[in-house]
Ligand binder design. Structure first.
Ligand code: ADP
Length: 989
């Protein structure tokens, strides 16, 4: 059969192969090859890739065009398909081998723009993980404008699409741009080559194994795992860069990271250690992030120095009860080598720097990390947790980089000692949410409507920062859009929405009976709930067919979509299941507690006091019983298993509080009696009140001269979230009536927008205003908006290091000027620019009782200082002004000084590290001359010379209020320092 005939005959199969995943990547890769070979010219390309058109229409256009171009073109199309499609797709298409193969390119393409076209397939893959860097170079060279760069980086594009747009832009700009781009790629490639050992190449056995491992890893990570059973979502289509930060303890903490930076040197805390920890809350995208990293590696698009990557799931390792050697662990759990296992293993031992291990979900292991049991021998067998812990701490396979993900609560101090660096996963940014919704809904009208409903319900928008919730909300868009005014407010609302979605999906004809949707499925809910609840008690997340049977789970229950197949390489039992996500298991466990009439009455109490259970070793009919049986079998101490379980029990408790809220009473009344619901609800309220009181009792009496202050204990935020889930103002009021503090400290408490919603809901009922300290969290602009309802009880708001931008400040100021008590704000180390200073200036002008404004370490320039000066001119209250680490320069300092000349309130001013020179110092000298209030002036790390200091000395002779002028780190010689400090003792060098 000729190639042309084959294209015609297999048209529908080819279209299916190119379009069934919904991703345009296959088609675009085919086009890259055909463009490079000249089968498709640029005009054709533009006729084929029409952005707003359906993928299949684009693919049809390609087939028509190539078919029209004759036999050779069809031959090259078939060759391209063979190169791009997966093995299974190729087999389905039965692509004959007779068709033309790709012509070898001769490397002499003439001009640089031609090279960009001829080498397109390779260049796309080389560029996609360094588009930002390439754009920077092109902008710097004047070849690209900022608008070009923004165009390429539009967040709706996948990385490979960005690379293609970059190539197209560069070609349209001409030779110079093309040359610069090629040079950039060459340099980048050069840097990647193993320097001295250019000639070194791994042995054949390793290369063969690498090939097998790559295809295994690629197959495992191609589709998003939790979509199994419901629909197949390709990771390429759906992946959004998550917000990543280095942990706060290191010097570059605020730098935003990209995925592959995880394995870079930036943020290294301990050079000796090999383990990188990626931590984030449940559903923040830890598994997906690893999956993306695996996929990039398998495709040769990242981690170029890594020859072999071994991915492990701790959830799956937990069900491995055999003792294994390291070799068995690697080969049986990741990928089995077809030959020469020992030689390959030796290669792995000898080349640790070319190997990477990843361990997903350390928190799902029954044992907490411990370094008590050393195991150094790679050939000796040991229980899997022991192998894992020794790998992480470096007794085994020293030098191999290990990336491990975990929820933060589960990381104990013992593990921290062995961490090379720590990366925090913060979920989606607002742009990420936008992008996610657009990627999920190919119909732009649906996407726009979903986004609109998020904009009108910022509590829901806050929830969408957590990817798993963003996924649910996006998936349940019909339910969301149908619920009008009463759109979801709480996490429980969101999970009820997906419950409804799956139930009605199963029974579409009943979908209009919106009120009866739970009662029709109560048996399923109970069976799945029991499975989830008992699993929770035994740290069990993977269920065998037998376990399903014990809980009575039927085939029909499985087909609902809440459970998904779990592929476990090491298990002979192929019928294993897990819940779509661990939070889904928690939700079903909570639902079970609500729906089961025979529940042990102490279950709710125990759920809310997991810590107490740990201390007293209580084990009984509820969580304890199932816990004892399984843990004894595996030799895990019950207390340890309980600790590992605490985060999940807390999520379950949060759902329980939400389900027992009055708002869901009518829904649940269809399945349980009102009195049972009331009883359980009262129990939850009691647990929450008692839990909060325990915190309040821990508040120490105030030290003399200091404010009565409470530093939140770890569970405080969780209890607040539970109260929010209940949505009962009465409970919030009662609880807050008992809190008597002047200062509430919640630093480093992992507070994001969702937590802000809950905090504001509860704290707004405080009796007296407090200082609310939220430094070092991830509040962001959406979080700031969520905090507004409690602004009236904040006299001071500390938001250092919280990823807040000008937009957040605009909203905060608009509310703050209406709040009489609000007097101080600290915004050190956020993302503020001159745009926010106009709002702050308005605040200074309007609020004549405002006392302190701290804006250190932001991006405020002279323009911003001028705006602030405008406000200061009219302000008669401000005492503290901090601008440390901005860029106001002489002009900014002069503007501030002019505005402050007649000021009668300011006592403390910091312009440290602002590029202020002598002109600025002389302007400030005029303030010193007149002021009677200023005590301290901080001018360290600027560029003031002797003449500037002379001005200050001069002014100080007329002043008695100033106690110190800090001048260390300016342009003054040692001799001058000595001489001038003798003349004026208040100068501190
Ligand atoms: P975790 O491991 O932290 O519990 P997961 O990685 O399982 O979280 O994410 C839960 C769900 O959230 C995924 O199934 C997916 O739907 C969505 N998700 C997470 N991260 C991303 C991402 N980077 N891009 C797109 N969707 C994501």
């Amino acid at each position: 059969m000729s190639a042309q005939e084959q294209v015609l005959k297999q048209r529908s199969e080819i279209l299916h192969a190119l379009c069934s995943s919904g991703s345009a990547e296959g088609l675009e890769r085919i086009l890259d090859l055909l463009l490079a070979q000249g089968v498709v010219v640029w005009e054709d390309y533009q006729n084929i890739v029409v952005p707003a058109r359906a993928l299949c229409t684009n693919a049809r256009q390609l087939l028509d065009l190539v078919f029209g171009k004759g036999e050779d073109a069809c031959g090259l199309l078939l060759a391209a398909l063979r190169q791009v499609l997966s093995e299974a797709q190729r087999a389905a298409l039965s692509l004959a081998d007779c068709c033309s193969s790709r012509e070898e390119t001769d490397g002499l393409h003439g001009t640089a723009t031609q090279t960009l076209l001829k080498e397109r397939p390779g260049l796309v893959s080389k560029l996609q993980d360094c588009v930002d860097g390439a754009l920077e170079v092109l902008v710097e060279a004047g070849c690209f404008t900022k608008a070009d760069s923004d165009d390429v980086q539009l967040p709706v594009y996948t990385p490979s699409q960005q690379a293609r747009h970059l190539l197209d832009h560069a070609r349209s700009k001409g030779e110079k741009a093309a040359k610069i781009l090629l040079q950039f790629i060459q340099e980048k490639e050069g840097r990647r080559l193993p320097s001295k050992q250019d000639k070194w190449s791994p042995p054949e056995v390793c290369l063969q194994y690498q090939k097998k491992l790559c295809s295994t890893v690629s197959a495992q990570s191609h589709f998003l795992s939790t979509y199994g059973g419901t629909s197949n979502m390709s990771l390429d289509d759906i992946y959004i860069e998550n917000h990543l930060e280095l942990s706060h303890d290191c010097a570059d903490a605020h730098q935003v990271l990209h995925l592959t930076d995880i394995v870079d040197t930036a943020g290294t805390l301990n050079e000796e250690a090999d383990t990188v920890l990626v931590s984030g809350e449940a559903g923040s995208g830890k598994s997906t992030l690893l999956q993306r990293l695996h996929l990039l590696w398998a495709r040769g698009m990242a981690l170029h120095d890594i020859l072999l990557l071994f991915p492990f799931s701790c959830r799956k390792l937990s069900s491995e009860h055999r003792e294994l050697s390291l070799q068995e662990l690697l080969f049986q759990h990741c990928c089995w080598p077809d030959r020469e296992q020992d030689q390959l293993f030796q290669f792995i031992l000898d080349n640790p720097h070319h190997i990477l291990f990843t361990f997903d979900g350390l928190d799902e292991l029954k044992q907490h990390f411990s370094d008590e049991h050393r195991h150094c021998c790679p050939t000796q067998c040991a229980p899997v947790p022991i192998l894992l812990f020794n790998l992480l701490q470096g007794s085994l396979m020293k030098g191999v980089l290990k990336v491990v993900t975990s929820r933060l609560e589960a990381v104990n101090p013992a593990l921290r000692r062995y961490l090379r660096k720590e990366v925090l996963l913060k979920g989606f940014s607002v742009d990420g949410i936008d992008c996610f919704v657009k990627k999920n809904h190919s119909d732009p009208i649906v996407a726009a409507t979903v986004l609109q409903s998020l904009q009108s319900n910022t509590a829901l928008l806050a929830l969408c920062h957590t990817p798993v919730l963003c996924w649910i909300i996006s998936k349940c868009h019909k339910e969301l859009l149908g619920c009008g005014e009463s759109s979801p407010q709480t996490i429980t609302d969101v999970y009820l929405m997906i419950l409804q979605h799956f139930f009605q999906h199963q029974n579409p004809q009943k979908s209009t009976l919106s009120l009866g949707w739970v009662s029709g499925h109560v048996d399923t809910a109970l069976r799945l709930g029991r499975l989830a609840f008992e699993g929770m008690g035994s740290c069990c997340y993977i269920f065998s067919g037998t376990e399903l049977e014990t809980s009575g789970v039927t085939e029909e229950d499985i087909s609902m979509g809440f459970l998904t197949h779990s592929n476990n390489l090491s298990s002979v039992d192929c019928k294993q299941y897990e819940f779509l996500h661990v939070t889904m298991q928690c939700f079903f466990a909570a639902l079970y507690i609500v729906l089961d009439n025979n529940l042990d009455p102490s279950a709710i109490f125990k759920l809310f006091q997991p810590q107490d259970m740990q201390q007293t070793n209580i084990s009984s009919a509820c969580f304890g019983l199932c816990l004892t049986s399984t843990v004894q079998k595996e030799g895990v101490c019950e207390k340890e298993a309980m600790i590992a379980q605490t985060p999940n029990l807390q999520i379950t408790a949060t759902f329980l509080a939400g389900l027992l809220s009055q708002r869901h009473r009518s829904l649940l009344l269809q399945c349980c009696s009102g009195s049972t619901l009331d009883k359980k609800s009262r129990q939850v309220v009691k647990c929450l009140s008692k839990g909060m009181q325990k915190h309040f009792k821990s508040i120490p009496p105030p030290v003399e001269g200091e404010k009565k202050s409470m530093h939140a204990m770890p569970d405080f935020v969780w209890l607040i979230k539970c109260i929010y889930e209940m949505q009962e103002t009465r409970l919030a009021k009662d609880v807050m009536a008992k809190l008597e503090v002047e200062h509430l400290k919640l630093t480093y408490c992992n507070i994001g927008p969702v937590e802000c919603t809950a905090l504001a809901y509860v704290l707004q009922h405080l009796k007296n205003p407090v200082g609310l300290q939220l430094d070092y969290n991830s509040v962001g602009d959406v979080g700031v908006e969520q905090l507004l309802p409690c602004m009236h009880i904040c006299n001071s708001l500390y938001l250092r290091n919280n990823n807040i931008s000008d937009e957040g400040i605009r909203k905060l100021v608009a509310k703050g000027i209406q709040c009489e008590s609000f007097q101080k704000i600290a915004l050190f180390n956020n993302k503020l620019t001159d745009v926010c200073t106009q709002h702050l200036s308005h605040l200074l002008k309007t609020k004549q009782n405002f006392l302190a404004l701290r804006l250190g370490n932001n991006n405020i320039t002279a323009e911003g200082a001028k705006q602030l000066a405008e406000g200061l001119r009219f302000n008669q209250s401000l005492q503290y002004l901090g601008l440390w680490g901005n860029k106001i320069g002489n002009t900014g300092a002069e503007a501030l000084a002019n505005a402050l000349e007649d000021n009668k309130t300011l006592t403390w001013l910091s312009l440290v590290d602002n590029g202020v020179g002598s002109a600025g110092a002389c302007a400030l000298a005029k303030v010193i001359k007149k002021t009677t209030t200023l005590h301290e002036l901080w001018l360290m790390n600027n560029c003031i010379t002797r003449s500037g200091v002379e001005c200050l000395i001069q002014a100080l002779t007329h002043n008695t209020s100033v106690k110190s002028v800090w001048l260390r780190g300016n342009d003054v010689s040692v001799e001058d320092v000595e001489e001038m400090s003798q003349r004026e003792a208040r100068l501190i060098f």
